[in-house]
Design a protein around this ligand. Structure first.
Ligand code: ADP
Ligand code: ZN
Ligand code: ZN
Length: 794
């Protein structure tokens, strides 16, 4: 037989590289080793086993002499198909990530962890191994854990015997049952047991009950308090037979109410027709309340009828429970939901359902874009402008770019939906790269709510409470009287509450980072949000010993108290990081608001997607905080946030209104958001981007260098600049090195280089070369990150 070699990407954290290693495929494994399968291979000096992904196979190898053999395979079937393997290559290139981190990102967490050596591979007798029971079944052991998430086939290499073992799937929930033996007389058995073996007697007494046919392990333990050791002994004595059942966890166990398709309005129907006939990606630009969701649902339905599948991305599932409920309501058990709120096991189960083609629709947040759906009919990205679609850690990918890649691969429909599209997408819509489909009116032709800007600099507008203006308070009072609901947004972007000494101006800083410490009144401490540093709140200034301290900033809690004092009978629901730590708390709070709340007060998490017919008033307590953030997108994001939250008002029959409190009433983003004039905002902002050479006119790559010593970090930054500058074309720019807004984090100094480029292969090559050198930099204490932040398909 000809030799077979496999090209494997190994998962070795100390030596990350996107380079493949050649391994010999042992004869016994020739059938099993195919691209996309995970294998255990010896690696490094100690030749310890590590997990790897087979990318390709070949009959020759230039490394034939040095090549080691694959030890065993970890999967029956590939865990990544050709599409996802291809995608990982593109992704690694586009986002300057290591291939292994791309591969891992595509799989549930439990399959990602380091491979643990399996002792049985060294033990030809197997039965003696502590990992095996009498039936040659691999027993799960904590030490084995993560290597055994799937059914594993172990080919015992020394004696070349192929042994197949059903391995308990760690990620799955296994229910153990004990079946009574009909041929055993338990009463008689009892007489043979030592009277002092109380627990064993208890167990057998239980079995003497003739109506008992089977009992679960959990019940024995929890209800009868019988130890695992006693049960194991009974199993070894064959007093009953053991049966295992795999139960797939269902994180969506909450009942849903079935919904049926609504009759589309003429505008919606027109949009639907354009979407299913489109030959390119569609930008669905629909004002808030224009019924985009129904268009999504009917598009999905259209493709399901053709036997195809659908992928739908939402910014953050916990923040958009209404959207998930609607998709599940329409498509029921055909839907899998993937999001970070799931436990590792639940996530694995959902993924398994998709992989096994048991579901046709997947809804999920960012990483769900890698869901192994085949035969895709449509990919939808709701609120496509949301920044949460961009991952800011390795691999630094944008889910929108990945969706477009997959759309092209499957030749399927892609919908980017938003009331306030990102400038990048809108510009592409304008240019005809995307097909621009618009829903300019609300479903029942309701007016968009009128928005009033409240100038907080005018003292006649202020109440005693300072944070709440007279016009807003008056409107809330009126709303309460009318038994209508109110949503209040406290914009916390770039905003933290800190301690200020009124005597000398001192603000306590984190010792490890260049940031002021944040006040957590409830816990009575000061916390650094970047490194976790904590200390108790002090009541005396460290610098001048004055006790005149001001706890600055506006917290949701404080506003809640003020509101409650003003409106003693109002039912106020507060939604912020403090009230939503528990799983499912978003949903619970939103339900509470829907059924009995008067005022929903919250941070950004209440701005999106909520659809409550009785909400007629929206108030933005501080529109400005996002404007002060040093980011070329701050205007765009402020505009988007204000437009989105305004859109929560007056969505049903009752008309709505909106108050925006601001210290910058002349700011264009605020004025245009108040007018809900996306078009004009887009044009103005494009001018600014053009002048300043920002996306969408240029792409942007941010290179970040850090080191414990500032001078070293700076030196490396200049070093990198020297490498990059020569490959830039005319009009492409390199800015920096500059210190980012927070120049020191966790005792490391940071420097940034910004590269504005158009289309430049050489630049990519140079940066990839840099990336491969990173490993040697790491040894000298450097960290280098390359963030291609505006990556797009052309
Ligand atoms: P968007 O996401 O565009 O802001 P939604 O999809 O939330 O808007 O729709 C706004 C409201 O209109 C929802 O309450 C929805 O149930 C309702 N709606 C949407 N389409 C129709 C329709 N064709 N007929 C009746 N009501 C509709
Ligand atoms: Zn002081
Ligand atoms: Zn810190």
């Amino acid at each position: 037989m000809a030799n077979l070699y496999a090209q494997v990407i190994v998962d070795v954290p100390t030596q990350q590289t996107d380079h493949t290693f050649d391994y010999i495929v042992p004869d016994a494994l020739v059938q099993a080793v195919v691209p996309g399968i995970r294998v255990a291979v010896p690696f490094g000096r100690g030749q310890r086993l590590v997990q790897g992904f087979v990318i390709t196979t070949s009959n020759t190898s230039s490394f034939a002499k040095q090549a080691k053999a694959i030890d065993h395979v970890l999967d029956f079937a590939p865990v990544l198909n050709t599409e996802l393997l291809d995608l990982s290559r593109w992704l690694a290139y586009q986002s300057f990530a290591f291939r292994i981190s791309c591969l891992q990102t595509m799989l549930p967490n439990v399959m990602r962890a380091k491979y643990h050596k399996i002792a049985v591979a060294q033990d030809p007798t197997l039965q003696k191994s502590t990992f095996f029971n009498g039936q040659n079944q691999l027993i799960l052991d904590d030490k084995l854990s993560l290597a055994t998430q799937r059914q594993i086939v172990i080919w015992q290499k020394e004696n070349k015997i192929t042994l197949k073992y059903q391995v308990q799937d760690q990620a799955k929930h296994v229910q153990q049952w004990f079946l009574m033996r009909a041929d055993l007389d338990y009463a008689e058995l009892l007489t043979t047991i030592n009277t002092r073996a109380k627990r064993q007697r208890q167990l057998i007494e239980l079995f003497c009950n003739p109506t008992l046919k089977k009992i679960s392990f959990t019940k024995l333990q929890q209800q009868y308090h019988i130890d695992r050791s006693v049960i194991n002994k009974a199993v070894n004595n064959h007093w009953f037979t053991k049966k295992q059942e795999i139960v797939l966890r269902n994180p969506n166990s909450e009942p849903i109410s079935k919904t049926t398709a609504k009759k589309l309005t003429a505008e919606q129907d027109n949009a639907l027709q354009q979407i299913i006939n489109a030959k390119k990606p569609v930008l669905l630009e629909g004002v808030t309340g224009s019924g985009k969701t129904e268009v999504y649902l009917q598009t999905i339905e259209h493709y399901l009828k053709q036997g195809k599948t659908a992928l739908m991305l939402v910014p953050e599932i916990s923040l958009t429970p209404q959207m998930v409920e609607q998709v599940r309501g329409r498509f029921g058990s055909a839907v899998a939901v993937l999001h970070s709120g799931l436990s590792k096991g639940e996530r694995y189960d959902e993924w398994s359902k998709i992989e096994a083609k048991q579901v046709q629709v997947v809804v999920g947040a960012r990483s769900a874009v890698f869901a192994p759906l085949t035969n895709l009919g449509v990919i939808i990205i709701d609120e496509e402008h949301e920044t949460s679609y961009k991952q800011n850690d390795n691999p630094r990918y944008h889910a929108r770019s990945v969706a477009l890649w997959r759309g092209r691969y499957h030749n399927c429909t892609v919908i980017l939906g938003s009331a306030t599209p990102s400038l990048e997408s809108r510009a592409r819509g304008q240019k005809g790269v995307y097909q621009l489909v618009q829903l300019p009116h609300r479903v029942a032709n309701q007016e968009l709510p009128p928005v009033e800007i409240v100038d907080m600099r005018q003292s006649e507008n202020l109440t005693e409470q300072l944070e709440l203006s007279k016009p807003l308070v008056k409107a809330i009072a009126l709303n309460l009287e009318n038994k209508e609901q109110t949503i209040l947004l406290l914009n916390r972007r770039g905003f933290a509450s800190f301690v200020l000494c009124r005597q000398c101006g001192f603000v306590p800083q984190c010792p490890n980072c260049d940031v002021s410490l944040t006040v957590h009144l409830q816990q009575h401490n000061l916390v650094c949000h970047y490194c976790g540093f904590k200390r108790a709140i002090e009541h005396q200034c460290r610098q001048c010993k004055s006790t005149k301290l001001r706890y600055s900033g506006t917290g949701t809690q404080k506003i809640e108290q003020q509101l409650q004092q003003m409106f003693t009978d109002a039912k106020i629901i507060r939604m912020d990081n403090d009230t939503t730590t528990k799983k499912g708390s978003h949903q619970r709070l939103l339900r509470q608001f829907a059924t009995q709340g008067d005022i929903l007060l919250g941070t950004q998490m209440i701005a999106k997607g909520l659809d409550f017919p009785n909400v007629t008033l929206v108030g933005v307590i501080n529109a400005d905080t996002g404007l002060n953030v040093n980011d070329f997108r701050s205007s765009e994001q402020t505009f988007q946030l204000l437009t989105q939250v305004s859109g929560r008002a007056g969505r049903s029959q009752k008309a709505g209104r909106v108050f925006i409190q601001t210290y910058n009433p002349d700011n264009a983003a605020i004025i245009l958001a108040a007018q809900q004039n996306y078009e004009l905002f887009y044009q103005r902002e494009m001018q600014f981007r053009h002048q300043a050479a920002y996306p969408p006119y240029f792409y942007l790559i941010k290179v970040t260098v850090s080191h414990r010593y500032q001078a070293q970090a700076l030196k490396m930054a200049y070093n990198i600049i020297k490498q990059i500058k020569p490959v830039l074309k005319t009009r492409e720019q390199l800015l920096g090195p500059t210190q980012p807004p927070i120049g020191r984090i966790k005792q490391r100094y940071y420097y940034q280089i910004i590269i504005k480029y158009r289309q430049n292969e050489q630049l990519f090559t140079a940066l990839h070369q840099l990336l491969n050198e990173v490993q040697s930099y790491q040894k000298r204490g450097f960290l280098v990150a390359i963030d291609n932040e505006a990556q797009q398909l052309e």
